[in-house]
Design a protein around this ligand. Structure first.
Ligand SMILES: Nc1ncnc2c1ncn2[C@@H]1O[C@H](COP(=O)(O)OP(=O)(O)O)[C@@H](O)[C@H]1O
Ligand SMILES: [Mg+2]
Length: 335
């Protein structure tokens, strides 16, 4: 553990992008009326003291937290370490990170049709395209919304050219574009809005560590990269506070639809928790997982499972909650 920690720190020290950190210090300083240099010093010191990335310092508003409050936040380096220490079966991890394998393994809870382009002959591809007016093409081993493309099948003029282009982009996975529950669509119709539910499977049962609701904003995907935002959910599946996006902007109501985010209640939430508990028990070799869960009109469905999940937590300046989820993680995982 100390070695791992030291190497992490050295890695991060090497990778410091000073202009970026200086910019972050500037915007945090402006937001909280603190001298930029002081914020920068605090960021550098905190990265060692609280094991946090600069992004964590910004995301969890460390600038306004006391030392005791800061210590309750799980950070990205800590979550990476949980992944390294807990999800040690590399082959099993692939069952999640390879979206084709994931779909094959969890086929009964996907709620959508899909096809492996490399296995489908022209007839199968034609039938798939004819069945679905709207598709998602995915690079099987990608993350963060990268390589994902929405395709209206009416736009496909030539199936051979379509196959060639998908193959060139390594978009070997084609999925039916999922229809989401009308209440989820109301919030933002441009993308399927998913929950990120982080679980720890202790060998006999799954603990729910975090539940966030991600919401797209005009893009085809709800990831940060697609302009998306997220907010944390209560145990009953109600959004507790405004959402925030990649550029630190906060949204109490959705910027495009005007639907209130605070107080939004995720439909079929209890069923969704049950679905991830069952999913976690189906792959105990990977005990620490962040699941992407969508709500279809009649049931929750799994989009994917991430063994290398990021951190989702309430942002103090937005939520008024000055306590992070680290105690929850520690109590469940036992370290
Ligand atoms: N079949 C689908 N239909 C509609 N939207 C989808 C579908 N699959 C994924 N999405 C959208 O794209 C986002 C990213 O997909 P995901 O498979 O989780 O890839 P990544 O690993 O890049 O996060 C999802 O959160 C959801 O908003
Ligand atoms: Mg995802």
């Amino acid at each position: 553990m100390p070695n791992l920690r030291l190497s992490y720190f050295l890695e991060r020290a090497k990778a410091i992008d000073l202009p970026r950190v200086w910019r972050m210090a500037g915007s945090i300083g402006r937001q909280f009326r603190k001298p930029r240099l002081l914020v920068l010093a605090d960021m550098l010191w905190s990265s060692a003291r609280y094991d946090c990335a600069f992004q964590d310092f910004q995301d969890w508003d460390f600038a306004i937290l006391s030392p005791a409050e800061r210590r309750t936040f799980i950070t990205h380096p800590m979550s990476n370490r949980y992944t390294l220490q807990l999800d040690t079966d590399k082959r099993a991890n692939l069952e999640l990170s390879d979206k084709l394998r994931f779909n094959a393994r969890f086929g009964d809870v996907l709620g959508r049709d899909w096809l492996d382009l490399r296995e489908a002959d022209d007839e199968a591809l034609r039938a798939f395209v004819d069945r679905h007016p709207d598709l998602m093409a995915k690079v099987p081993d990608s993350l963060g919304g990268k390589g994902i493309e929405r395709i209206r099948t009416a736009d496909i003029a030539d199936l051979t050219a379509f196959r060639r282009e998908r193959t060139r982009n390594r978009q070997f996975l084609l999925e039916e574009f999922l229809q989401q529950h009308p209440r989820m669509a109301e919030l933002n119709p441009s993308s399927v809005n998913t929950m990120r539910i982080v679980t720890w499977f202790d060998g006999s049962g799954a603990h729910i560590l975090a539940t966030a609701l991600r919401i797209g904003a005009g893009g085809d995907v709800d990831n940060f990269s697609g302009g998306g935002m997220y907010t944390m959910l209560s145990r009953e599946g109600v959004a507790l506070c405004p959402a925030f996006d990649d550029s630190n902007a906060t949204h109490g109501i959705h910027p495009l639809t005007g639907v209130p985010i605070v107080g939004f209640e995720v439909p079929l939430f209890a069923e969704a928790l049950q679905a991830v508990r069952e999913a976690a028990a189906r792959i105990p070799e990977v005990p620490y997982v962040g699941w992407d869960v969508a709500i279809a009109p009649d049931r929750p469905v799994l989009i994917e499972g991430n063994y290398n999940t990021g951190v989702f937590q309430a942002k103090p300046s937005v939520s008024g909650i000055r306590r992070g989820l680290l105690p929850v993680y520690r109590a469940a995982i036992g370290r």
